[in-house]
Ligand binder design. Structure first.
Ligand SMILES: Nc1nc2c(c(=O)[nH]1)N[C@H]1C(S)=C(S)[C@@H](COP(=O)(O)OP(=O)(O)OC[C@H]3O[C@@H](n4cnc5c(=O)[nH]c(N)nc54)[C@H](O)[C@@H]3O)O[C@H]1N2
Ligand SMILES: Nc1nc2c(c(=O)[nH]1)N[C@H]1C(S)=C(S)[C@@H](COP(=O)(O)OP(=O)(O)OC[C@H]3O[C@@H](n4cnc5c(=O)[nH]c(N)nc54)[C@H](O)[C@@H]3O)O[C@H]1N2
Ligand code: SF4
Ligand SMILES: [Mo]
Length: 767
């Protein structure tokens, strides 16, 4: 095996960048956030181009923020700054004026580029024209679009079955591109449509689908504003959904109580200085969490069960005042069984298990007892665990006890990651399509889509490893770095005959490639998209099910870029030719025509072209929001699950892989994690002070991390020990540096999501 390319590609260069530490912050945003936004914009896009983009970011006639999926306000928006620091960084990253010309690829061998850190790779600029890596070659060379599509078509035709190809999607892809992409892939003949959701909120989709009959959250922003209690579990909104803090601030002003559940006292959960208000500028902060429960990693289920027991006890003491008995009787199924199940547990055991003092759990139960309008928000801290589906159902159990679903001010709020990951799924990017979707495609287009389910992300890696899949095509994303078990994924990609990436920026997946490889450069969200001289817009669905238009404003950095919808149309024409029943050519001419057909296939999009032109867009129908539960029982289902106590040997720790403040997934904007007080370094492991002493270590020591959960030894070398406020036996490192330690076969039950928040590791001083 080619070890030279493999080690840096998989593990990143092992040198340090110079750690500096400060006290972790207890307040998020404020002036530093404004300063950092300005710095990124000026450095990358320049003042004029940067301002042009920022003034249209999240405006009703502008473009949707390419960063997270947090919704824009339905009502008034600030005309000059309807975004946060990390939205600005995402725009700076995309709007950069630097570009990678053919000269760049001529001067830099693939193996040399793989030696750079992700941060350095990202700094290089936008990809400016299609590039091709011939078999055995060391450098990418320019290729025409036409030849690129022909090459892909030849490879796809050469496969023994369409199921030997894999078509991945990352969640930035617009509804229009996603719809065409799944249409092409299904007409070609496979359901191999894994996506980033498989690593992200899949567990939420499964849990909510089974318990409430719809795999999406039920609340709107208005519900958050009206909530009496908001519980935030396993989420770091200050970094990953910063404008959620403005919504929380508004909810607090209306009287809401906030309970935060997290192993880390994240600054964004504690206090907020809103840089868009006078008070924020005068450094008058809003206190956010009224109660912070510092749960151990994956202690959430035990905590939630303990709270439920306390609520049942309170109801027994004052019947009819704590639980919503009418709702439970008329709308739910499985209550009796659930109560019996809870009776088998003792509060003391559950408290010990989640490592939250019983007194604090009682405070939480008291805050909930007399309240009727509760919203539960969560993200990766719940979804990326072995028992994630059951833990999320436990959150639902709590809401059901309180009748807190399907009414104003209450419900589920799984906060989505990528800006259009929810929309991509709505458009049919799913390896397990519903029979209804397949039937509609057949009725509208007249071809019979494949019926068998395809590969999700983990299954796709396995299929490439065993040679069952030979062509890998990615619509965005960075598959190598985002997936678990980096060395195995590298091997999987190298096994392919061809890897293709539709991308805006260079990333590691272009450098760890199949025998041949292609990079197809596309327009980003902020770029103007002209077809036949007319400016086009695309549409996205945010975390609360609002469909909105997005119209880029910037001059593209290169005239060779194509939009994602156009790339799909041309690829489909090259691959399917005369055989296709779809008029791909017309879709390229005007995106209204794509939307007309989405309306025919996907429910909820009536009068799509008309309604999406209304400022602010429209809400998709949501059965759980409307209080209807389309489950197999026809009711909202209580779920029964057993807590898994943490069992570790003396030298083992649980590691969660989390995001720093200066990254968007595998895109590394900078080396600081400002709120946590970690500067200029990503190779750190956050540890409890007692554990550091117990392990015979000292803060500042350099350690190697080992994981051998399944007998296969994995190592991530050279991390600096940082003492941090985190429960004992729990540790934290940054994704993607430690993905090399996440076992491919360590996945969540039912959702098959890699368990990236609970990797069992050993910590050994570096030699
Ligand atoms: N700036 C920026 N924004 C982003 C992203 C980004 O990388 N950068 N990524 C986007 C994407 S795709 C996503 S999915 C979201 C991710 O948003 P988050 O889910 O907020 O991201 P993570 O950093 O993975 O943080 C997980 C949080 O859960 C906590 N946690 C970990 N394990 C547990 C546990 O067992 N129980 C509890 N209660 N808490 C736990 C961690 O301490 C951390 O605070 O953000 C989106 N937005
Ligand atoms: N250990 C660990 N692993 C994780 C996670 C974790 O918490 N811990 N989180 C998981 C989660 S939640 C997610 S969502 C996945 C993310 O997995 P991915 O979505 O695959 O990864 P990203 O880093 O978001 O992808 C970034 C790349 O997308 C490309 N890109 C950016 N914008 C565009 C665009 O507009 N169009 C196109 N075509 N390409 C574009 C750029 O080339 C950029 O390099 O990672 C998962 N992996
Ligand atoms: S909260 Fe998310 S979507 Fe909104 S501006 Fe910030 S990064 Fe963009
Ligand atoms: Mo995500």
């Amino acid at each position: 095996m080619d070890t030279k390319a493999q080690i840096p590609a998989a593990e990143n260069p092992l040198h340090f960048t110079g750690l500096k530490l400060s006290k972790p912050k207890t307040v998020a945003a404020g002036l530093p956030a404004v300063m950092v936004s300005a710095r990124h914009i000026l450095q990358e896009a320049g003042a004029l181009r940067g301002m042009k983009a920022l003034l249209k970011l999240n405006q009703k006639d502008g473009f949707d923020c390419p960063s997270c999926a947090w919704p824009d306000p339905d009502d008034d928006r600030s005309p000059i700054a309807e975004y946060c620091e990390n939205g600005a960084k995402a725009v700076a990253e995309e709007a950069t004026q630097k570009k990678l010309t053919p000269d760049f690829f001529r001067e830099n061998a693939v193996a040399d580029l793989a030696e750079l850190t992700d941060h350095e790779i990202g700094r290089k600029g936008r990809i400016a024209q299609p590039m091709y890596l011939p078999a055995g070659a060391t450098h990418y060379v320019p290729i025409s679009w036409e030849d690129a599509f022909q090459k892909i078509a030849q490879h796809l035709h050469a496969l023994a079955s369409p199921d030997e190809a894999i078509f991945y999607t990352s969640g930035r892809t617009s509804n229009e591109a996603a719809f065409l992409y799944q249409l092409f892939v299904r007409e070609y003949g496979t359901n191999n449509l894994p996506d980033c959701s498989n690593m992200c909120h899949e567990s939420s989709g499964v849990a909510l689908g089974e318990s409430l009959g719809i795999g999406k959250g039920s609340v709107t922003l208005e519900d958050l504003y009206q909530a009496e209690v908001i519980i935030i579990l396993g989420q770091n909104p200050g970094t990953n959904h910063p404008r959620m803090l403005s919504a929380l601030q508004r909810a607090k002003k209306n009287g809401a109580t906030i309970i935060a559940v997290n192993p880390l006292p994240e600054a964004g959960l504690m206090n907020f200085l809103n840089p868009q208000t006078v008070k924020g500028f005068l450094t008058i902060k809003t206190h956010l969490a009224d109660l912070f429960l510092q749960v151990r990693i994956n202690g959430d289920m035990a905590l939630l069960q303990a709270i439920a027991i306390l609520l049942l006890e309170a109801e027994a003491q004052q019947p009819g005042t704590v639980l919503d008995q009418d709702f439970i009787a008329s709308q739910t199924s499985g209550y009796e069984h659930y109560v019996q199940h809870l009776r088998q547990h003792s509060l003391e055991e559950l408290a010990a298990d989640c490592m939250v003092p019983l007194e604090q759990i009682k405070l939480a139960a008291n805050l909930l007892a007399k309240k009727k309008k509760i919203v539960a928000c969560w993200a990766m801290g719940l979804t990326q665990h072995k028992n994630a589906v059951d833990t999320i159902k436990e959150v639902v159990n709590l809401l059901l006890l309180k009748g807190s679903i399907g009414k104003p001010g209450a419900g589920t709020c799984p906060v989505r990651g990528h800006s259009n990951v929810q929309g991509d799924r709505t458009m049919g990017i799913f390896e397990q399509p519903s029979p209804q979707l397949l039937q509609r495609l057949e009725e509208v287009y007249g071809f019979r889509p494949p019926q068998a389910h395809g590969y999700d992300t983990v299954a796709a890696i396995r299929a490439m490893l065993t040679g069952q899949a030979r062509v890998f095509f990615a619509m965005g994303g960075n598959f190598l770095s985002a997936t678990p078990d980096t060395l195995l994924t590298a091997q999987a990609l190298r096994n392919c005959d061809l890897t293709v990436h539709v991308s805006t920026k260079l990333n590691r997946s272009h450098l760890v490639h199949g025998k041949e490889a292609l990079i197809l450069p596309c327009l980003g969200r902020s770029d103007q998209d002209l077809q036949l001289g007319e400016r086009q817009f695309v549409t996205c669905e945010n975390s609360m099910g609002v469909i909105q238009m997005s119209k880029g404003v910037l001059e593209p950095v290169s005239s060779h870029l194509l939009s994602e919808p156009v790339i799909v149309c041309r690829l489909a024409k090259a691959t399917l030719g005369e055989r296709s029943r779809v008029d791909w050519e017309q879709y390229e001419t005007h995106y209204d025509l794509i939307r007309d057909d989405i309306e025919k296939v996907i429910p909820g999009f009536d009068h799509y072209n008309e309604r999406v032109r209304h400022p602010g867009g429209f809400y998709l129908p949501n059965t759980a929001r409307a209080g209807q539960f389309k489950t197999h029982t026809g009711k909202a289902n209580f779920n029964i699950a057993y807590v898994n106590p943490l069992s570790l040997t003396d030298d083992e720790y649980v590691m969660m892989t989390i995001r720093s403040h200066d990254q968007f997934n595998t895109t590394i904007y900078g080396l600081d994690d400002r709120y946590r007080g970690v500067y200029n370094e990503r190779r750190v492991i956050l540890m409890n002070e007692q554990d550091i002493t117990h392990a015979g270590l000292q803060a500042g020591d350099i350690v190697d991390l080992y994981s051998d959960q399944d007998g296969r030894q994995r190592v991530a070398q050279r991390f600096i020990v940082v003492a941090y406020s985190i429960p004992e036996r729990c540790t934290a490192t940054y994704f993607p540096e430690t993905n090399v330690l996440v076992p491919l076969n360590s996945v969540a039950d039912k959702s098959n999501t890699p368990v990236s928040k609970a990797v069992i590791i050993k910590i050994v001083p570096s030699k």
